[in-house]
Design a protein around this ligand. Sequence first.
Ligand SMILES: [Zn+2]
Length: 257
Amino acid sequence: MLSISPISAFSDNYIWCVARNGEAIIVDPGDAAPVIKHIEKMGLTLSGILITHHHYDHVNGIDSLLELYPDIPVYGPDNQCSSINHRVRHNDSVTVLGLTFQVIAVPGHTLDHIAYYLKNSPSGPALFCGDTLFAGGCGRLFEGTPEQMLNSLGLIQALPTNTAVYCAHEYTLSNLNFALVVEPENHKLQDRFVETQSRREKNVPTVPSELALELLTNPFLRTGNSVVQQRVAAHADLKSWNQIDIFASLRAWKDGF
Ligand SMILES: [Zn+2]
């Protein structure tokens, strides 16, 4: 039995808990307290930590968890976070709890950003992508270029369409608000907005989302679509463009939205 549960942290973060046979892997523990509370309540033992990138809201809980579980592996990219004891890079495999995660380098939000792809999960493939792809949106470009982020999202787009996307924030409603300004006539997007609104009214998480739905409704995965291109070009007053220009203008538009 495998279960993947969100642990709410800060105002809108999700720390993911992957549990199997009483043991758990935690993805991006930005805060230790809610993680400890969750694993104690569920009767789990912590067996490993996966880190996607160096931002405080993804790494600040590691040291407190290591005080309780000093011998566990902490996997993560080669960055300034000294608590990571197993450095991984693109195409590496990480095996914890008998589950093998493939590491995908996805620079853009930060330069060190990686994602973990779990291909053989009993419930279908799963991707833990931190602040790279969000439900209905993507991460801000704090360190990388639009071209890097577009390439990174391209790697995610190439995964099987039934991949469940586990991102690290509950941003879906505001992302879809923006997406509707870009593509007001997209019926799938309209339906998704209504569904998301009703879930948030009940305080139900809107993630994970399926990659297939992201491909149909997330404008940051649709910058090759001519309708999206026309709309972004008109907004940014581009006379001629390539897909990177469209992506850069779309990201800038969202930043100011
Ligand atoms: Zn971040």
